[in-house]
Design a protein around this ligand. Sequence first.
Ligand code: IVH
Length: 676
Amino acid sequence: MIKSQIESLRRELEQHNYNYYVLSAPTISDFDFDAKLRQLQELETQHPEFFDPNSPTQRVGSDIANGFEQVAHVYPMLSLGNTYSEGEVQDFYERVRKGLNEEFELVCELKYDGTSISLTYENGELIRAVTRGDGEKGDDVTANVKTIRSIPLRLHGNFPPKFEIRGEILMPWSVFDELNVEREAQEEQLFANPRNAASGTLKLQNSSVVASRKLDGYFYYLLGESLPSDLHSENLKAAHSWGFKVSDATKVCRNLEEVSAFINFWDVERKNLPVATDGIVLKVNSLTQQKNLGFTAKSPRWAIAYKFQAEKAVTRLNSVSYQVGRTGAVTPVANLDPVQLSGTTVKRASLHNADIIEALDLHIGDMVFVEKGGEIIPKITAVDKDARLLIGDKVQFIKACPECGAALTRYEGEAAHYCPNENACPPQIKGKMEHFVSRKAMNIDGLGAETINLLYQNELLHNIADIYSLKIPDLIRLERLGTKSAYNIQAGCEKSKEVPFERVVFALGIRFVGETIAKKLAFAFKTIESLENATFDELIAVDEIGERIAQSVVQYFADAANIETVNRLREYGLQMSLSEEKLQARGESLAGLSIVISGTFSRHSRDEYKTMIEMNGGKNVGSVSAKTSFILAGDNMGPEKLKKAEKLGVKLVDENTFLSMIDVETKSETQMGLLF
Ligand code: IVH
């Protein structure tokens, strides 16, 4: 009874997933879908005996680390030969014609620009998902791939009992843009393009984060003993009928003219697709003919990629303006005559820094080449010097901050110029406040960029500590803020007083102190007082704290205004020391030991092992030497490390032994959870 209810809910939800993510034609509201999913979740929790690894509930991911296992590919994952001109496509066509000496068809497909994946299905169930890796073996990323809604966990129709299907995991442009906006706000490094974002996401240890990243998957090649047809095009149709997302942009071509028409059509039309493509793939349609043509050492003779040209446009440089970010970094931006590029109108392009401006030898009025390449913002790649009739003023990087007038500085080894006036430069003050209230910092609901701006304009906020002195009547008096919002802000501030110390350190917005570094500092110094008093030497003694960060921390606390802010925050009741629980989660069992981590693990990720070493007084080092105490060795340990360890007599410790050494078993799950 319960079992059939669970199964019917699973089938229903699978169908809705397919309708939504593959067909883009949902037949149920998100609200109803979530309600059904929750119902299924509850039933599964009450009846663990009916657990199914491919239930739709498994798509939400978990925060258990995967520590990817390496898996050998049954069929190696090769790459394709690249061509960049139609002439080279013609050469390929000729080679195939000569090689086969009989009639043949070519299937033209889009070349999706993501990260490749190989999925194994047995009896219609997804068994394993493996990345390309080095082509011979890749990482088992099954848990992460299961979170991708358009990938079927269970197939329908008439599928072979066992097969592999290969395709591309992609991050849609819209998701990519959103993710980068969020990362920028958090001062995290931006992803350069959706391909990097997709492959980075697929390698995350925490599959619930993967689930939130909304990846997609397109599939383009079947492998196995009993495929439905000898024609690749028919196999793709069959795969589509089993539930896979197969691109509509697939065409069987009988001659070069048809191939050329496909290329020209999609070179333009691809700009309207939701995901990135970087070319066309041509494949001989018959699998028998594919076999006859065979492979070279690196790639098949029966397929080739034609890569699209990076899009370029020429336009006029009208002026250069300078933006000041929350950290004070000054970014030069080129203002251009509007020009069409990859489907959007480009009016501005990043000039990155003073060195790049100098290298381009830019003058106002120059005709410049703009490219969208893999970067986030279009960039200027060259100047058309022949087009210079009258030479305009040479672009000179500014010397003073455009917002507050302070003289700009440049840190050694850094390309960027900074405005040092961090406590009195408006975009830096507002930026610091936005950062302070953001989700990963103090997470104060109700205070967004707009409200902060409003409060700043009305002189209610001058500094991050003022956030806690805001009074309800002052807030209500502001025109655009209702009573409800005012109370919301107050409640958000109150709640933020529970935010743990390491996030408070992050929230302060010390230059170069991101989320991870803030955690390291908090655990190393334990209280704000000892962090305030830490010397440069004490700071660089902490793992991963380099000179640049150490100098920035020292400088931050040397400023009396910052000390006053911190003191006020303490008076308002923010957490200014590591909680007791976290202090206790630390141990000394590895004190004084130098430990190398090598190989892949199944119980925790490498990063987690690293944290465990540090949390237990040990030091994680990169290479094996006579000073190495032991190697925490997983599977497939690097051969060089192994050789060196044997030579120096350094012992290997497996993960279970390691965990018992640090007594993880006796520490509570919550204590361990706190560490990551
Ligand atoms: S076929 C043996 N088809 O391009 C060839 N690959 O350089 C199997 N790719 O690793 C690949 N779209 O990641 C094929 N429609 C498509 C593709 C495609 C993108 C990627 C794939 C592969 C790389 C080859």
